[in-house]
Design a protein. Structure first.
Length: 158
């Protein structure tokens, strides 16, 4: 028997959500996720553990339960963790998420590291970046791109 269950990755995100059921529905519509598993707390509609799959990768999730120390991004006022998803068409994935009710954080654009990427905030407090790798810049091009971005962020790129 393999130490990693069939279909799982060695490292899997585990998201705690203020409304896990609604989040699953949103992620299916907005991100093209597939629901793989749903287990409720006994005698309730609250999700104890669920799994969705996006681009072949599993994300585990559950309902917020402060009594067990499980707080959601919404409950905490945001999350320091963001999801970065490689997709075949970042523009289409970004537009799909916006149409489903996500809020744009950054429009899709070419990034200095070779990805075309944009970021949205889902209604459950998590940031999702959609990226399509479009080129392989040299280390020198990446360094110059990073420098230009830092200068622009500091106000020196106007």
């Amino acid at each position: 028997m393999n130490h990693i269950p069939e279909g799982a990755s060695a490292v899997s995100p585990y998201m705690v959500l203020n409304d896990a059921g609604a989040a699953i529905d949103f992620y299916v519509e907005a991100l093209g996720a597939t629901e793989k598993l749903r287990m409720n707390f006994p005698g309730t509609d609250a999700i104890m553990h669920a799994e969705i799959e996006i681009e072949g990768q599993t994300i585990m999730l559950s309902q917020e339960n402060p009594d067990c120390g499980m707080l959601s991004a919404k409950g905490l006022g945001g999350s320091p963790v963001a999801m970065y998803i490689y997709v075949t068409d970042a523009d289409a994935a970004h537009a799909q998420a916006l149409a489903a009710g996500a809020t744009e954080e950054m429009p899709v654009m070419e990034m200095f590291w070779g990805d075309r990427m944009g970021t949205v905030l889902c209604p459950f407090g998590y940031k999702w970046s959609f990226a399509t790798h479009v080129k392989d810049p040299t280390p020198e091009e990446m360094e110059a791109g990073a420098k230009a971005m830092m200068e622009q962020m500091a106000g020196g790129g106007d």
